[in-house]
Design a protein around this ligand. Structure first.
Ligand code: FE2
Length: 294
């Protein structure tokens, strides 16, 4: 599913880089080593996004434990595998294997219990998990999940040879494989040959960031350098109409993520994200009583 576009739309007033973030090394699940790029203190700034974890290792000890059964309530998780195989099972009866280039989109809604376990004993495991908040009115919606194999993800190639995998939202006239109301997420995996330039319109009111996972890119009119394994938060501005990226001397790969802020209170306790402390207390009571995932 590849579309070649002829005339890219123009971004006339690109956003600048507001801040570079390297993320924090941490571990989660049964000892999986990862980098938490979008951490809790950035949730308000990057509303509606709550978390971005990046994992990459060819040491099985860093990932073999996986993420055994655990609950979620109140948001969505989007898992994107670059390399490796993970098996997902959840309390809705959903099960599937997520592998090279595939995406799993899960709406936890009122609650799921799920596991994410590696289906490999060695080799490279690389990918990302993004948490996207649900609007208050949808936090107790019925849970669902969708396995999206790599071949189902639309791709666009620009005249400069930049390939864009459109997971969510739209790029250069090509709709992503998944759309969501209210938060209107944009999720692009952009592959830039050395020296190539790419532009993407983004609504001025949306919060946006890029995460460079290969190479280095220059962002915006100031061409601020964003090195590998770094997130750049893009500055908002009423007159800013998008983002421009340019690969430096080597090819680069970048996640470009944006969405409409919810501007609602955020109350998080581990894997539960609600709006108030009372709702978190209720969620803990529900979990202890076995009412999550039923
Ligand atoms: Fe999970």
């Amino acid at each position: 599913m590849t579309t070649i576009i002829e005339r890219p739309r123009q971004v006339l007033a690109p956003r600048a880089v507001e801040r570079l973030v390297r993320g924090q090394a941490t571990s989660d699940g049964a000892g999986v080593k990862l980098t938490r790029v979008l951490t809790q203190p950035l949730q308000r700034r990057l509303d509606p996004f709550l978390m971005l974890d990046a994992f990459k290792s060819d040491n099985p000890g860093d990932y073999i434990g996986g993420f055994p059964d655990h609950p979620h309530r109140g948001f969505e998780t989007i898992t994107y595998m670059i390399a490796g195989r993970m098996r997902h099972r959840d309390s809705t009866g959903g099960e599937g294997v997520l592998e090279n280039g595939g995406v799993q989109w899960m709406v936890a809604g009122r609650g799921v219990i799920h596991s994410e376990l590696p289906e490999q004993e060695d080799g490279l495991m690389e990918g990302f998990q993004l948490w996207l908040n649900l609007p208050a009115q949808d936090k107790m919606t019925a849970p669902w999940y969708r396995d999206i194999p790599t071949g189902a993800i639309p791709e666009v190639t620009t005249p400069e040879g930049v390939t864009v995998r459109v997971v969510a939202g739209e790029s250069h006239g090509v709709a992503g494989v998944q759309q969501r109301p209210v938060t209107e997420p944009l999720y692009l995996d952009v592959h830039l040959p050395a020296g190539s330039r790419f532009e993407q319109p983004i609504p001025a009111g949306h919060n946006a960031f890029v995460y460079v996972y290969r190479g280095e890119v220059a962002v915006g009119a100031e061409a601020e350098r964003v090195p590998e394994r770094t997130m750049a938060i893009l500055a908002n501005g009423a007159d800013r109409d998008g983002v421009t990226l340019q690969a430096c001397t080597a090819p680069a790969r970048v996640l470009l993520i944006a969405g409409a802020p919810l501007k609602e209170p955020i109350a998080q306790y581990g894997p539960f994200v609600m709006n108030t402390a009372d709702q978190i207390q209720q969620t803990l009571a529900d979990y202890q009583a076995g009412r999550i995932g039923r």
